[in-house]
Design a protein around this ligand. Structure first.
Ligand code: ARG
Length: 434
């Protein structure tokens, strides 16, 4: 047993297994950030006189070695060690002796895990934003390419008005911009330094928190030490909202694709090798990729709720419950990454049908166009509406099949360049100039 809080008696093994849970596996994702946080912390300790220059040098050397081992996949959290924080300190002490025991002055695992998480979230959210940007680019590319290919637009799932592949692809692109605004807000929330809040009530050492903020590249501090501790759970929840926002858009797009791939629609298709078969029906080419994507994205939308329920009514201060947040949020980041990557891949192979509207069943899509044409000829709108309505009722309506939309954001004027500029502004929030 190598517990940091060892007081000379062995805790029951069952208790240990129950409380540590999956932490050894989950903490592996925090390892590099834990080392980064420790490096900043000891530089600051030396600055305020709690470590000598020599001690700092030795400790930094030890941490660099661990950092390299992590990068090389040679780091592990040993059986009998509680978490990544304990493992790093254990290695330092084992390798460097007494000086290894000095790094924990002025901090607690409570602010240590907070720092790890904030650095982790900052990176994860930025990476996910770049994944989403990739899908955004792909959607805009398709929107531009198929700008002139019309498709039916629906309301109530009933044939409504002409739409286009330019509009359809472009709509999901623009929606992703809003989702990334939510994600950028979560990124800003994560981008604050909690280090120095220690167990949640600060320290009697004259810690230089401004210095560690600068060293770790945080945009600002979580100043109030209690607020800093309370940001555990809140930061994860904000990130989960960002993830859920993107997932909602992606899941909805996946649903559209499933629908449009159905023979009753037949608007889009994919090469055979990207579809899946049936064990009994030889003709099947199923959209399983988009069904799994839809299911995963729907599940991701429960993550903010899971976090809310885990943290609801926890009084201020650290509680071990908070450890379980990792188990909710970490897999969610991986899932969203996988879904975005898969979506980008599938979109490279999507085929669209160009002659959908030639089918007479879509004739009524054009009634509004024909009403508007009459209005432009001077007929009052309500008159024109009645006229075309009567033709439909009598079965004599014949569409003109001419679509001429010019206003911003319409079929004939997608404004994709302006949407791209909006996206550029959001993306800049993830890479602020230091
Ligand atoms: N594994 C713990 C967590 O994620 C680390 C902090 C432990 N702190 C404590 N006081 N037991 O929350």
């Amino acid at each position: 047993m190598a517990n940091l809080w060892d007081k000379g008696f062995e805790p029951d093994e069952m208790i240990e297994r129950f409380t540590v849970g999956d932490d050894r596996r989950l903490d592996m994702r925090l390892a590099r950030y834990d080392v980064e946080g420790s490096m900043a912390h000891i530089r600051m300790l030396e600055h305020i006189g709690l470590l000598t220059a020599d001690e700092l040098k030795t400790l930094l050397g030890g941490l660099e070695q661990i950092r390299d081992e992590i990068a090389a996949g040679k780091f592990e959290i040993e059986e009998g060690t509680e978490d990544v924080h304990s493992q790093v300190e254990l290695l330092l002490t084992r390798r460097l002796g007494e000086v290894g025991k000095k790094i924990h002055a002025g901090r607690s695992r409570n602010d240590q895990v907070l720092v790890d998480l904030k650095l982790f979230l900052r990176d994860e959210l930025r990476n996910l934003a770049h994944d989403a940007r990739q899908v955004f680019n792909r959607l805009q590319e398709l929107s531009d390419r198929y700008r002139d290919v019309l498709m039916p637009g629906y309301t109530h799932l009933q044939i409504a008005m002409p739409s286009s592949f330019g509009l359809w692809f472009g709509a999901y692109a623009e929606t992703l911009v809003d989702d990334l605004q939510v994600m950028a807000a979560a990124h800003d929330i994560a981008n604050q330094n909690p280090l120095g809040s220690a167990a949640g009530y600060g320290s009697s050492f004259p810690l230089d928190r401004t210095m560690t903020t600068r060293l770790l590249g945080f945009a600002d501090l979580n100043y109030n030490v209690v607020a800093a501790q309370m940001s555990r759970g809140k930061s994860e929840r904000a990130a989960a909202f960002g993830i859920a926002a993107v997932a909602a858009t992606l899941g909805r797009f996946a649903m559209d694709v499933c629908l449009f791939m159905s023979q009753n629609f037949g608007f889009v298709s994919f090469p055979d090798e990207l579809t899946t078969g049936s064990s009994i029906m030889p003709h099947k080419k199923n959209p399983d990729v988009f069904e799994i994507m839809r299911g995963k994205c729907n599940r991701l939308q429960s993550v903010p709720n899971e976090i809310a329920l885990l943290t609801t009514n926890l009084p201020l201060g650290y509680h071990r419950d908070l450890q379980l947040l990792k188990d909710i949020l970490f897999p969610a980041t991986t899932t969203l990454h996988d879904c975005l990557t898969m979506c980008d891949f599938m979109l490279q192979h999507i085929r669209v049908r160009r002659d959908i509207l030639d089918d007479a069943r879509y004739d009524y899509l054009f009634t509004v166009e024909d009403v508007n044409r009459l209005v432009l000829q001077g007929v009052p709108f309500r008159e024109a509406y009645r006229l075309v309505g009567r033709q439909v009722q009598e079965g004599s309506y014949r569409p003109t099949r001419e679509v001429h939309h010019t206003h911003e954001g319409s079929i004939g004027n997608l404004c994709n360049d302006r949407i791209r500029a909006k996206m550029d502004r959001v993306m800049a929030r993830f890479d602020p100039k230091q």
